[in-house]
Design a protein around this ligand. Structure first.
Ligand SMILES: NC(=O)N[C@@H](O)C(=O)O
Ligand code: NI
Length: 161
């Protein structure tokens, strides 16, 4: 038996139980640089246990819908933010925790200019760009010890438009 998940546009409200949508939205928090730049201040909750924040670059293969996903993961020791270095949409898959495993997945498609920050311990799909170049800045925990928990599905999970 397979599980089919319909994608939906990413909104801060729908994503709130899982993390932050990082975007130039709502009221401007600060005008800087002599009024020439709008600062949308502190838009993500970074959270690292026994580690520091690091910035990495991910260059991923790209995928297309419908897409079958085999697993979801979570990082018990740190949040993880993905900031696209292009204006192309990417897929954001999250799920509530149900007894130590992902519950029903939700699949979002980002709008140009949107990044996401998964809160610490939130089940998510791995980075899934939908168009080249698949290039992202990633802010996550740099530290020692394990920080990755995976759950491999026993049934097919298909994400579709
Ligand atoms: N493993 C890794 O660095 N990336 C994943 O955590 C991911 O969410 O893509
Ligand atoms: Ni991850």
């Amino acid at each position: 038996m397979s599980v089919r998940v319909k994608t939906q546009p990413l909104t801060a409200e729908a994503f709130a139980p899982f993390g932050d949508v990082i975007e130039a939205s709502g009221s401007v928090d600060k005008l800087i640089n002599q009024g020439r730049c709008e600062r949308y201040h502190n838009r993500a909750k970074l959270d690292f246990v026994d580690g520091e924040a690091g910035i990495s670059i991910f260059k991923s293969e790209v995928f297309s819908l419908p897409l079958s996903i085999e697993m979801m993961e979570r990082h018990p020791e740190g949040s993880q933010a993905f900031l696209p270095l292009s204006d192309k949409p990417f897929l954001v898959v999250v799920a509530p925790d149900e007894g130590g495993k992902p519950g029903a997945p939700l699949a979002f498609i980002t709008q140009p200019g949107q990044g996401v920050n998964y809160h610490r311990g939130v089940w998510h799909g791995v980075l899934t760009p939908l168009h080249e170049p698949g290039l992202f800045a990633v802010v996550d925990r740099i530290g020692t010890g394990p920080n990755l928990e995976e759950h491999w599905f026993t049934e097919e999970v298909i994400l579709h438009e």
